[in-house]
Design a protein around this ligand. Structure first.
Ligand code: T6T
Length: 340
């Protein structure tokens, strides 16, 4: 089962929340809402302009999302323009969103950088008639977006705690969470899920959540300071790609790889190399390609009067050195470009 979705079929039953589980084989798009996928694949988006505003440029998670969005846009006959800030930072993304408002695309797929700070620019864009689909991250204001598509991040955080338990951490084991920044919906939910599940195992958090600002070198410094303070730190949960890469590097540099287990989120090519090398023990991989593909399909559905799915939750899977070559798992590994 790859995609679980919460459906709000707005056209016929506003307010009716339907929980359903769908399974798909080869293509995540196959499990998209029927109206959305048929409108998109039949060229139903011919002539429509779509902008994808990613959370940050050059991140393999968003590269994979772009690849999925490109395929869906091409199938629909729509144009896709991709943009993103150099850092995951609302003060950089918001001016770009203001520029999108001026260009008035038919639809905007966006991964907002902050649950509150991103809301104003998005409301302006929406008020001008652009259909917004939130992909990966959200804003707190529920009025923004016709559809929201993201990993079940809280469940992903729980899986990270489960992975540490599988790696042998038991009651009393000291653990630390290193995230990016507070106010990012995706990673905040992962932290919440992890903390909740870690408590059920009796893990002991050595401090409040620490922050990397989405920078690997900062994550490495944070974990090395934590190891200096708590040399018996048994596990670290790093909530996203660059944080996980930096934590694995920091633990290795401290000579603690044998005793401090690292579980990260995401599955970029460099993370997979770290997994192979034994510098990180498990990764919770998402489905960014599916998020991009379904994002375009929902946008086109909204633009063509088809039923729109208000909330779609995509899957995650725990990748380890042992299972990473299994095709059912390796298909979750992210792309560094759309040709790979
Ligand atoms: O983990 C992803 C994404 O889901 C999150 O919102 C931000 O960080 C990533 O892009 C990975 O770097």
């Amino acid at each position: 089962m790859r995609t679980t979705r919460l459906k709000l079929v707005s056209a016929v039953a506003v307010g009716a929340l339907i929980l359903s589980a769908c399974s798909s084989g080869a293509s995540p798009a196959a499990s998209a809402a029927a109206g959305a996928s048929s409108a998109a694949s039949a060229g139903g988006g011919a002539g429509k302009s779509i902008t994808l505003m990613v959370g940050v440029k050059g991140d393999p998670f968003y590269v994979s999302m772009q690849c999925g969005a490109e395929v869906a846009a091409k199938a629909a006959g729509a144009t896709l323009n991709v943009q993103g800030p150099d850092k995951f930072d609302a003060t950089l993304q918001n001016p770009m969103l203001d520029a999108v408002a001026a260009s008035k695309p038919d639809a905007l797929l966006v991964a907002p950088n902050d649950v509150t700070a991103s809301a104003g620019p998005l409301k302006n864009i929406q008020a001008a008639g652009t259909k917004i689909v939130l992909v990966d991250t959200i804003v707190t204001d529920p009025s923004v977006g016709v559809s929201r598509i993201a990993t079940n991040n809280e469940l992903g955080g729980e899986k990270a705690a489960d992975a540490l338990a599988t790696l042998g951490l038991a009651k009393g084991a000291k653990v630390l969470v290193i995230s990016t920044d507070p106010g990012v919906s995706s990673v905040d939910a992962r932290v919440a899920g992890f903390v909740k599940k870690a408590a059920t195992y009796g893990f002991v958090l050595v401090s409040d959540t620490q922050y990397s600002h989405d920078t690997a070198s900062t994550a490495a410094s944070v974990v090395s300071a934590a190891l200096a303070k708590d040399p018996d730190l048994a596990g670290v949960f790093a909530t996203n790609l660059f944080t996980a890469q930096g934590v694995a590097t920091g633990v290795k540099q401290a000579g603690k790889t044998a005793t401090t287990k690292v579980v990260g989120f995401d599955a970029g090519p460099d993370q997979i190399k770290q997994l192979q090398a034994g510098d990180v023990q498990a990764l919770v991989a998402q489905e960014p390609y599916a998020i991009g593909q379904q994002g375009v399909e929902q946008a086109i559905a909204a633009l063509t009067g088809q039923p729109v799915t208000a909330a779609i939750q995509t899957e995650s899977i725990v990748v380890t050195k042992d299972n990473m070559t299994d095709p059912a798992v390796s298909k979750f590994i992210y792309k560094s470009d759309c040709g790979s």
